[in-house]
Design a protein around this ligand. Structure first.
Ligand code: PXP
Length: 250
């Protein structure tokens, strides 16, 4: 029997902040969302401090740094001012993502190959400050190799194309692309993470990719939480991941 490690579940709570910002008030508070997620079994809390401060605010980052008991993963752009905030706040992990002003959510991965100098500078500053850096990239072995060369400790593979693909051969091809890029990552000693568009029905095959260590999931968990409560929504997602992993190892 093969033994697999269960990937960590990082719960992205940006959508809770989006709801708060809709009224510009104090509720719902992402700090409470983080606590409820941890009670439901989250292994980490993920937030994206955007340059436009669309959802997560500096105050959230400060308070979450104090209150999160698991791991705080800060998603952010490579912009020097944001890098300085990360260095001052010291999250457990920084994930560099591309950021465009007009986007609804993060579109596509970071182009580490094409923007090597810009990404290299941010990675170097973060690493020199002793922070763990993960790069959010498309499932392309060239992007994985470039990430390794720049000194990242992990890559997070963008699962959006897999999540959007219709069931059948197209989805199978996208899963294969994730598995191939994942194999390159593990082969060169990078920790393997994945996320974007994962939900209760499509998470299983991604959770069983060899070496998968962390899944970052937001929208589907928060959407379910509207009806079931956040603690339960997180517990149910954990259970999907565990069931898929155990089935693969049986
Ligand atoms: N990982 C990264 C790097 C992201 O930018 C996002 C979206 O903010 C997620 C994971 C979570 O995506 P979703 O909300 O679709 O689960």
């Amino acid at each position: 029997m093969k033994t697999f490690k269960i990937p960590r579940l990082g719960v992205n709570i940006d959508h809770v902040a989006t709801l708060r910002q809709a009224r510009g008030g104090r509720e719902p508070d992402p700090v409470w969302a983080a606590a409820a997620s941890e009670l439901g079994g989250a292994d980490g809390i993920t937030i994206h401090l955007r340059e436009d401060r669309r959802h997560i605010q500096d105050r959230d980052l400060r308070l979450l740094r104090e209150t999160v008991r698991t791991r705080l993963n800060l998603e952010m752009s490579a912009e020097p001012a944001i890098v300085a905030i990360a260095i001052a706040t010291r999250p457990d992990q920084v994930t560099l993502v591309p950021e465009r002003r007009a986007e609804l959510t993060t579109e596509g991965g970071l182009d580490v190959v094409g923007q090597r100098a810009r990404v290299a500078e941010a990675v170097a500053r973060l690493r020199d400050a002793g922070l763990e850096v993960s790069l959010f990239i498309d499932p392309d072995p060239r992007q994985v190799e470039a990430s390794k060369a720049l000194g990242a400790v992990a890559v997070e593979l963008h699962t959006g194309r897999y999540a959007d693909a219709p069931h059948g051969p197209e989805q199978a091809r996208e899963l294969e692309a994730l598995a191939t890029a994942g194999g390159t990552a593990v082969g060169c000693g990078l920790a393997l993470h994945a996320g974007h568009g994962l939900n209760y029905t499509n998470v299983g095959p991604v959770a069983t990719i060899a070496g998968m260590a962390e899944l970052n999931i937001g929208h589907s968990i928060i959407a379910r939480a509207v009806f079931s409560g956040l603690e339960r929504a997180v517990r149910e997602m954990k259970s999907c991941i565990i069931v898929a992993r155990n089935a693969a190892s049986g």
